[in-house]
Design a protein around this ligand. Structure first.
Ligand SMILES: NC(=O)c1ccc[n+]([C@@H]2O[C@H](COP(=O)([O-])OP(=O)(O)OC[C@H]3O[C@@H](n4cnc5c(N)ncnc54)[C@H](O)[C@@H]3O)[C@@H](O)[C@H]2O)c1
Length: 308
């Protein structure tokens, strides 16, 4: 039997997640939104691409949470995207209400699902989802690190004129300006990147990575990135559904790991059938650890405002 994925929010990220899931035939898909007609129209359009693309998965658009019942996995993209000049902080209160109310409905109908949270501000919204669902922490995962790392890998590959597939690394911390790329653990075909790029180039890449979301918002003006974000979500779903035990940077609720307790922060985790199978604790230098803690402080400020 095919898996079932519900995507909450049929906007740019949500609809593109549905598109990628269908292309990869990973699951039957329910697309749900507060707007009447939009998820139905996009769902039907995606379904009708099936005969051309050769996928048999079923795609349904709806406004009724009963249609989402018994989903194996739910992707939360509902909310408002950033507009130019708007920080992720500005989004906090508006999206808190959206995530709270939609997660309540989702978990009533799919009590066993795994939740992947995308809505910004990411770490605070993931923490909202954890509290509202009362799920164990292995089933509530925030998507940010895979995207931030993809941006970081893209810029390194461009600077070295090598394949993106050669570049391995990860970005830690909260999803925001305080994110922490770790050049010490970044390799290009096994070669430490610090041996291939001068420090000033790496610093420029790190700055560009941290501002990667804003760079796209400034171009688009009326919305934020969605092609790379949706690809990141689908990589996580693929790892879970195939029980790949793939190590990916994800936002996860830390309970003492890295000296951080009671907060969602991006760290490397092993993703498999149960969601987060393991939190990987890597050794950090005092500077890297301080940067991670600074990033965690930024997340703490937000969760205190909304009281989750
Ligand atoms: N974590 C990340 O790395 C990352 C990356 C990209 C986008 N995002 C975030 O993802 C979210 C979605 O971005 P987008 O570009 O798809 O925005 P979008 O505006 O295109 O889509 C959002 C959709 O949510 C729907 N929605 C609003 N309130 C709802 C509710 N109560 N119930 C159901 N649906 C509701 C809207 O009608 C809209 O269709 C934003 O918060 C954005 O900031 C996060």
């Amino acid at each position: 039997m095919r898996r079932k994925v519900t995507v909450v929010g049929a906007g740019n990220v949500g609809a593109t997640v549905a598109h990628r899931l269908a292309d990869k035939q990973l699951a039957d898909i329910v697309l749900i939104d507060i707007l009447e007609g939009v998820p139905q129209g996009k769902g039907l359009d995606l379904l009708q691409a099936g005969p051309i693309e050769g996928y048999d998965v079923h795609i349904q658009g709806t406004n009724d949470y009963r249609d989402t019942a018994n989903s194996d996995l739910v992707v939360m993209t509902a909310g408002f995207p950033r507009k130019p000049g708007m920080s992720r902080h500005d989004l906090l209160k508006a999206n808190y209400e959206v995530v709270k109310t939609t997660i309540e409905k989702v978990v009533t109908h799919s009590p066993e699902c795994i939740l992947i949270i995308v809505t910004n501000p990411l770490d605070a919204m993931a923490q909202t989802a954890l509290r509202v669902s009362a799920f164990s922490r292995n089933r509530v995962i925030g998507m940010a690190g895979v995207l931030d790392t993809a941006r970081y890998r893209t810029f390194i590959a461009e600077a070295l004129k090598v394949s993106v597939q050669n570049v391995q690394g990860f970005v830690l911390g909260g999803h925001g300006d305080t994110m922490v790329p770790v050049p010490r653990y970044t390799t290009v075909a096994g070669i430490p990147v610090t041996e291939l790029l001068p420090p000033q180039t790496l610093e420029a890449i790190i700055r560009r990575t941290a501002g990667g979301g804003a760079e796209i918002v400034n171009y688009l003006k009326t919305g934020s990135a969605f092609y790379a974000p949706s690809a990141a979500v689908v990589e996580m779903i693929d790892a879970i559904f195939h029980d790949r035990r793939k190590i990916l940077p994800c936002a996860v609720y830390l309970e003492g790991e890295y000296g951080i307790d009671g907060l969602f922060v991006g760290v490397p985790v092993k993703l498999g059938a149960r969601g987060i199978e393991e939190i990987i604790e890597i050794k950090l230098s005092p500077e890297e650890r301080a940067a991670l803690h600074k990033s965690a402080e930024a997340v703490k400020e937000l969760v205190q405002i909304i009281g989750v």
